[in-house]
Design a protein around this ligand. Structure first.
Ligand SMILES: [Zn+2]
Length: 51
């Protein structure tokens, strides 16, 4: 915990997106997982490739 981890190392991700996190409230995409969406203030930010 607490260590920054690089994303996409080894190209293991199936997603081509460089912004894998998406706000469920306003659909904004982010490169990092915000706890609070800077666009709409929503708390529901999830990876868009989990399903
Ligand atoms: Zn949002």
């Amino acid at each position: 915990m607490g260590l920054m981890r690089r994303l996409g190392v080894g190209s293991e991700s199936e997603s081509d997106s460089n912004e894998p996190y998406e706000c469920r409230g306003c659909e904004a995409s982010f490169t990092v997982r915000y706890q609070v969406c800077p666009e709409c203030g929503g708390y529901t930010i999830e990876r868009d490739d989990w399903d």
